[in-house]
Design a protein around this ligand. Structure first.
Ligand code: AHR
Length: 690
């Protein structure tokens, strides 16, 4: 697409003349209709690089996918429990057990009483154990048993959350719930407090004395003053045995005020990306560390006390409190299409021994896929629709996509089982669009299987250096327009510097040019909690208990997602200048142009991954009335710049207004990404390509 008509190297004093001649040639052969005054105006050059960007509104390009920008969410780096899920108690149901995983230093220490400590006051002694003999229910087997001895005082348990303390805020309200029973000893009320590390009470409430059978109790605490390191404390004053389970503390202020809801700031940051799709729950956790560890969605719905927790592929435990219902609800809340990824009865190719479900066991995995659609979309009277309705959402969620598999290896087994899932889904739910894994890496080893099975979309993933994303920016220009569409369902350039972000922007300009074929994208991973990280190189949003940091990569995602048209517009980029001086490699200037048909806004995205600015002349042909000014959103920073907790806004987009017109000059800063929005007077225009 790039024209070569202005590319001849020249020295500075030749620049103006040759530029004018070359521009004239372009006008003649390219149909560039500009005013004579503008056509002869030289591109300003000071011996650096310069560029001409010809934007051909008179040659409307392909349709832009309305779902091009989405997010990929996986419970990695404590993204769910300790992250997006607003629960403040760690290990609330005492289901932790030691794990072996070098990526998580705490894995081996995880025992049923992890994150809990005993409280002994005024002469009361407490022995705390974990037991499974008389559980709340078989899916939630472990509970705490406190044996209290002593004539006076009080004893109990305290939870420290995730970081040696739970952050609580003055004036905020917290919902507390727990299950308790007292098989032996005199009945005495339970007391629930939020306390500072030295025991000062921030809020307190009394609960009734537990009976002999398990029963749930609820209360509300309102905190008088803030403390970053509070503890939730449950005590009783009488000796004997008390059993406790599912001890929970939720801020009342969750995202959209949902019960069992999401942490407001993190959920809002995701919502602010304006994602059109939400892929969940992973990633590698979908098939986990073998079939027994795979994410089975049925374990994650219904009453939270009835959910079956599971350990995590990344070396920690998942409560499944944030489960499929909550994911669907979040999608609805942020206006994103849900894209659940189901395991296909084969284990991850990296896990040894490799496992494949067979016979009736495999049928159960296939049935899970069929039932999931009923859970999401079925009538409230259907078996799984009833579960959804009982959880508070009688109306269908309107699920339209089901993802099958995550980065499966190219094995005979996968090639055998995958078509069975496709066939069953087609038979039971023909309206569902299937997103199938194309396998791991840019060579998409399973894409041919996606073609053969006729799924709507193939899901490809790659984590590569930034240079790869720049070199491969034209990857989709020659992609066949037949067969499955493409979802770039996980990608990242292995870093959170400005250079990484710009390289990803370069790649996205190529995707936008081809978004009739590449219909969805998602950066990965999304979330990482400082100090709890298994995927250290690059994540979109970093956070701790009270702060979040948006990376330069986040800003690129948001700039691209929030500046979308519906029709791509052809452009031609021509680089000139420099060699007569000190030479050097020709810079890359990646440009995407699209039109918002309804109001005629031309949206240009320009990424410059180079170390030098590029003086650029932008010439728009086909505008009815080009705006005299344009809105500019600029993300520019040194190559290694990144954001952190000390300076979370070191790299961020800055908005301004620049002079525009049918032809205008703009210097693209080094190492930058920009969005330029300019009116064209083409409101309501329909493409001639239609
Ligand atoms: O995003 C982190 C991991 O990378 C995902 O779990 C997996 O799908 C990919 O390999």
């Amino acid at each position: 697409m790039n024209s070569s008509c202005l590319e001849s190297p020249r020295g500075p004093n030749q620049a103006a003349v040759s530029t004018a001649i070359a521009l004239l040639v372009c006008i003649l052969i390219g149909g560039l209709k500009v005013s004579a005054a503008n056509a002869t105006a030289p591109v300003v050059t000071d011996g650096g690089w310069h560029a001409e960007v010809a934007v051909h509104l008179d040659r409307p390009g392909r349709a832009v996918s309305p779902e091009l920008y989405g997010v990929f969410y996986e419970d990695i780096n404590y993204a769910a429990d300790g992250g997006l899920y607003a629960e403040l108690v760690q290990n609330r149901s005492f289901e932790y057990y030691p794990l072996t995983d070098p990526r998580n230093p705490q894995a081996a220490e995880m025992k049923p009483l992890f994150s809990w400590q005993t409280i002994e006051r005024g002469g009361m002694k407490v022995k705390a154990d974990a037991a499974i003999l008389e559980p709340l229910n078989p899916r939630n087997p472990t509970y705490a048993v406190l044996t209290l001895t002593g004539g006076s005082g009080e004893g109990g348990l305290a939870n420290r959350g995730y970081e040696n303390g739970i952050p609580v805020r003055a004036g905020a309200t917290y919902d507390v719930s727990l299950y308790a029973r007292r098989p032996r000893g005199a009945a005495a009320p339970l007391r629930v407090t939020l306390e500072t590390p030295d025991g000062a009470v921030l809020a307190e409430a009394e609960l009734r004395a537990p009976g002999e059978a398990w029963s749930r109790q609820d209360t509300v605490l309102t905190v008088a003053r803030s403390d970053p390191k509070a503890r939730l404390v449950v005590t009783t004053k009488s000796a004997g045995v008390v059993m406790l389970d599912m001890i929970s503390l939720f801020p009342r202020a969750t995202f959209k005020g949902r019960k069992n809801g999401l942490r407001q700031d993190l959920a809002q940051a995701i919502a602010d990306l304006k994602p059109k799709t939400f892929r969940f729950p992973g990633g590698c956790i979908v098939h986990g560390r073998g079939l027994g560890n795979a994410y089975r969605w049925k374990d994650s719905v219904g009453d939270v006390a009835q959910r079956r927790p599971n350990f995590n592929r990344w070396g920690y435990h998942q409560s499944y409190g944030l489960g499929y219902f909550e994911y669907f609800q979040f999608c609805e809340d942020i206006g994103a299409a849900a894209l659940p990824i189901l395991p296909c009865g084969v284990s991850c190719g990296f896990e040894k021994p490799f496992q494949v479900a067979q016979g009736p066991e495999l049928d159960a995995w296939i049935q899970d896929a069929i039932d999931l659609v009923e859970f999401a979309n079925g009538p409230a009277e259907s078996p799984w629709g009833r579960v959804r309705a009982a959880m508070g959402h009688p109306a269908p969620f309107g699920l339209k996509y089901v993802g099958l598999g995550n980065e499966e290896h190219d094995t005979t087994s996968f090639r055998e089982v995958f078509p069975r899932f496709v066939e069953a889904l087609r038979r039971h739910h023909p309206h569902i669009q299937i997103v199938g894994t194309s396998g791991l890496g840019p060579n998409v080893p399973l894409f041919d299987l996606m073609q053969q099975t006729g799924v709507e979309i193939g899901d490809e993933h790659y984590y590569q250096p930034p240079e790869w994303f720049i070199t491969n920016r034209n990857r989709f220009d020659a992609a066949p327009r037949t067969g499955p569409k493409i979802f770039v369902g996980e990608y990242a350039s292995r870093g959170n510097t400005q250079f990484n972000a710009v390289a990803e922007a370069v790649y996205l300009t190529g995707i936008e040019r081809n978004s009739d074929q590449v219909v969805m994208t998602a950066y990965a991973p999304l979330l990482a909690r400082y100090g709890f990280v298994q995927w250290p190189r690059a994540n979109l949003i970093w956070f701790d208990q009270d702060q979040l940091v948006k990376t330069p990569n986040f800003h690129v995602q948001q700039l691209f997602s929030m500046n979308q048209g519906d029709r791509s517009v052809e452009n031609a980029v021509t680089i000139g200048g420099r060699p007569g001086q000190s030479g050097g490699e020709k810079p890359v200037l990646a440009v995407s142009t699209m039109l918002v048909s309804k109001d005629g806004t031309l949206i240009m995205k320009i990424a410059n991954p180079g170390a030098e600015p590029v003086q650029t002349r932008i010439a728009i042909t086909g505008a009815v009335a080009a705006g005299k000014t344009a809105e500019l959103l600029l993300l520019a920073a040194p190559k290694d710049a990144t954001n952190d907790r000390e300076q979370p806004e070191r790299v961020r987009p800055v908005a301004s207004t620049i002079a525009a017109g049918r032809i205008f000059d703009y210097t693209v800063p080094a190492m930058s990404v920009q969005v330029i929005r300019v009116g064209t007077g083409l409101a309501g225009a329909r493409s001639s390509a239609e």
